[in-house]
Write a protein that binds this ligand. Structure first.
Ligand code: ADP
Ligand code: MG
Length: 283
């Protein structure tokens, strides 16, 4: 490859106008999906990326954790997926520069029933995000979209997988970490063979790691052996500041920039960007 080729690739990558869409998925609850959506999103924005978080969990924890009051959710991801509003109408800015969010409400829990057997039911999110791209305005020109999935392999998660370029799997360092992973990977495989042939696994991020805990270390060893290079080097430590931050409506990077949790999410963001570069240059 010549220097010009290399340069050209870089430029097309940067100007393609298509954001990288990553779905944070794991059908287990409490493994760190939402925490990672909020804090990886914040870290990417801090590094200069333009980030949209799409809250696809009816619980709306990502929205609350970013300080979006329920009164400011009169247009939500539910309205978008049901087809009553374009994505840009659901987007609100957060206190973090370059970080926006499409918030969710409890209405989302009824979506599956309401959509019934409509033919495009799995593509609602993909279509809504594609429309966002065609309305290129400086403030919706995202470089990353992070989708926070609910703790289930339901239609919402399938919408996320059908819309995503890749899946990012948060895995908690506990005894049952690997349980359910094969089911998740099977679902990804199914989506790849039917709805979205380009879907890949971006990586697995180990969360709530406790170096003093033997079990935690054993789980890390097992997951690294089982999943190899798919596992990010960066591990997110169990850190009380991470769990405190949402009750202040703040990402941990804003709540306490110097804590171990913030450092870990910044490191994860650089690793994610590095992996993107490698993917783009075909390594
Ligand atoms: P999920 O979205 O997968 O259900 P959450 O991100 O909501 O999981 O995390 C579950 C709980 O664990 C939350 O109360 C969160 O604050 C806490 N938590 C997540 N990651 C960490 C961490 N690294 N250290 C300490 N607490 C964490
Ligand atoms: Mg969650």
């Amino acid at each position: 490859m010549t220097v010009i080729d290399e340069h050209f690739q870089d430029v097309t990558g940067a100007l393609s106008g298509h954001p990288r869409i990553l779905a944070l998925a794991n059908q287990k609850g409490g493994v760190g999906k939402t925490t990672t959506a909020i804090n990886l999103g914040t870290a990417l924005a801090a590094i200069g990326e333009r980030v949209l978080i799409v809250d696809l969990d009816p619980q709306g924890n990502a929205s609350t954790g970013l300080g979006i009051d329920r009164r400011h959710r009169n247009c939500s991801t539910y309205d978008v997926l049901i087809g009553e509003a374009p994505m840009r109408d659901a987007v609100v800015v957060t206190a973090v520069p370059r970080l926006h969010i499409a918030a969710s409400t409890m209405d989302l829990s009824g979506l599956e029933l309401e959509l019934g057997a409509t033919r495009d039911r799995a593509f609602r999110l993909r279509n809504a995000l594609a429309e966002l791209n065609t309305n290129i305005a400086p403030d919706t020109d995202y470089t990353y979209v992070l989708i926070d999935c609910p703790p289930s392999l339901n239609l919402l998660t399938v919408n996320a997988m059908a819309a995503a370029d890749a899946i990012l799997v948060p895995l908690q360092c506990e005894f049952f970490a690997l349980e359910g992973l094969s089911q998740l990977l099977q679902t990804v495989e199914q989506v790849r063979s039917t709805l979205n042939p380009n879907l890949s696994i971006h990586g697995i991020v180990l969360t709530m790691f406790d170096a003093r805990n033997n079990l935690s270390n054993q789980v890390v060893a097992d997951v690294r052996q089982f999943m190899g290079s798919k596992v990010y080097e960066t591990m997110i430590p169990r850190n009380v500041r991470i769990s405190e931050a949402p009750s202040y409506g703040k990402p941990v990077l804003v709540y306490d920039l110097k804590c171990a949790g913030s450092e870990a999410y910044l490191k994860l963001a650089t690793e994610v960007i590095q992996r993107e570069r490698e993917l783009r240059s075909g390594h």
